[in-house]
Design a protein around this ligand. Structure first.
Ligand SMILES: [Cu+2]
Length: 119
């Protein structure tokens, strides 16, 4: 290998690394941010696409809340100051409820939302 080809190999290596990084960033999942506060989620309806991995990122604006979507077998504790991430790849089309499953006060029973999954 002469100097020039070593240089080329080095540049190619850097480009390949950059490409891998871009690929990693390109495959980043879709993230939907949801704020929970007594006794609502905002937004309280999210639309996902069947087969597309999505991260729901929950933040609590006040107290400890829960998130439970039994149709997809996912749940999380939402602790103030600590965003809770739930990864979900819907495998069915329809509208599915989710609820707060940690008692958060008078009104907790009404705290819910829905996940709409489109084809
Ligand atoms: Cu609650």
């Amino acid at each position: 290998m002469n100097r020039r080809s070593i240089l080329r190999a080095g540049v190619a290596g850097v480009l390949a690394a950059g490409g891998a990084l871009a690929l990693a960033q390109g495959t980043q999942e879709k993230v939907i941010k949801i704020t929970a506060r007594r006794f609502t989620y905002l937004p309280n309806q999210v639309t996902l696409k069947k087969g597309v991995a999505t991260v729901l990122e929950f933040t609590s604006a006040d107290v400890v809340m829960g998130f439970s979507a039994p149709d997809f077998n996912v749940r999380a504790d939402i602790v103030p100051g600590q965003p809770a991430r739930v990864r979900l790849t819907p495998d069915k089309v329809g509208t599915f409820p989710y609820v707060c499953d940690i008692f958060c006060g008078d009104g907790h029973e009404q705290m819910s939302g829905s996940i709409k999954v489109i084809a």
